[in-house]
Design a protein around this ligand. Structure first.
Ligand SMILES: *Cc1c(COP(=O)(O)O)cnc(C)c1O
Length: 376
């Protein structure tokens, strides 16, 4: 069976072998006589699935015992509230600091304001001249030297890959670079989690909804340094208190069992491909191909500052916006799905996550060339 290439930003394409394995195991998981969906979350079988998923994720990330892995529900959006509920009371001032580089980090900042004294350390909402070019709103990242972090803040939040804007950065600063010593970084890595190695030891919390690059919708992974557990506000729901979830190995209450199972198959697939170093290399090649093609064209354009262009989410516009519908209809016919850009930025967006093969990117480029020839 040949399937089209799916460029959806999320829920997004999954490795075909993962889907095939899930199909083969659907009615009877490895002789248990049950579908994974039918198993008790307290039973031996699901215990194996969940523990293996955690072990494989730890291996992929090279996680030390200093960090707990939590499989939670509610998506990254729920974390916008759960992070302050769990962390803001670490210090008596109840302060948290936020960097704003696009739609997702802005949403996090808005939600956090319900829980304490929230401050913006820097933002890229204004246009700025960089390297002799005018960079528009949310197409660049403020240099770390400009982040005004408060020493009394309980944590510093940022989004390391803005899925909508297409801005990605890996310069997660050290405490020294920030001029603080106990302001742990809290990173929304939803849309590039497991796409490349991260400087994990610089962060206190890394969280990601699985449905972008690392599994199906329904499970949110939270990697949290253990010394940050145990500070939840009294009004934090007990099922969302990180300390409870950690203590019960993500089974404080019924977790999203099937989503954890599929995420586990994705982790195993990544390990079989050679781990994050292999993902890193493959993703670099795919993104370079697409950006090079766009940059060499007069017909397509990407406006993100080159140093912070996302390797996962590539937004682009057509020189003639009135051709958008024709572009999308033709793409669909050519077996290239879900290229419509987010409504807030318009144009197109190609999400090229781990599970998108190079052949998919090549097919997209071929289609873009043909479309330009016939409409340019
Ligand atoms: C998709 C996304 C979210 C929201 O995820 P939900 O699962 O819909 O809550 C938050 N942050 C980033 C970076 C995302 O890509």
């Amino acid at each position: 069976m040949t399937r089209p290439f799916n460029f959806s930003a999320g829920p997004a394409t999954l490795p075909e072998s993962v889907l095939e394995q899930a199909a083969a195991e659907m009615l009877d998981w490895r002789g248990s006589g049950m579908s994974v969906m039918e198993m008790s979350h307290r039973g031996r079988e699901f215990g194996q699935i969940c523990d293996q998923a955690e072990a494989d994720l730890r291996e992929l990330l090279g996680l030390s015992g200093d960090y707990a892995v939590l499989f939670m529900q509610g998506g990254a959006t729920a974390q916008n509230a759960l992070l302050p509920l769990n962390l803001i009371a670490r210090k008596p001032e109840r302060q948290a600091d936020y960097l704003i580089t696009g739609s997702w980090s802005r949403k996090s900042w808005v939600e956090a304001q319900r829980y304490g004294d929230i401050h913006v350390v820097a933002q890229s909402s204004e246009a700025r001249h960089i390297d002799g070019r005018e960079q528009g709103s949310f197409t660049w990242v403020p240099p770390v030297a400009e982040w005004q972090v408060r020493k009394s803040a309980s944590y510093l939040h940022f989004c390391s890959n803005e899925t909508i804007g297409g801005v990605e950065f890996l310069n997660w600063p050290t405490q020294q670079e920030l001029g603080v010593h106990d302001v742990p970084l809290v990173v929304d890595a939803s849309s590039h989690f497991l796409s490349r190695p991260f400087p994990i030891e610089r962060a206190g919390v890394i969280y990601a909804g699985a449905q972008k690059n690392a599994g199906p919708a329904g499970v949110t992974v939270v990697v949290v340094r253990r010394d940050l557990l145990g500070h939840a506000l009294p009004e934090c729901p007990s099922a969302f208190d990180f300390a409870n979830v950690a203590k019960e190995s993500s089974r404080f209450n019924t977790p999203p069992t099937y989503a954890i199972y599929i995420a586990g198959l994705v982790y195993r697939w990544i390990l079989d491909q050679g781990g994050l170093a292999s993902m890193d290399e493959a993703n670099r090649v795919k993104a370079e191909r697409l950006y090079q093609f766009i940059d060499n064209s007069q017909f397509y354009h990407n406006s993100i500052h080159t140093a912070v262009r996302s390797r996962m989410n590539v937004p682009f516009v057509l020189a003639n916006e009135s051709l958008n519908d024709a572009f999308l209809a033709g793409a669909q016919q050519a077996g290239l799905l879900a290229l419509k850009g987010h409504k807030s930025v318009g144009g197109m967006r190609a999400s090229i996550y781990n599970a998108m093969p190079l052949a998919g990117v090549e097919a997209l480029i071929d289609y873009m060339k043909t479309f330009e020839k016939t409409h340019g």
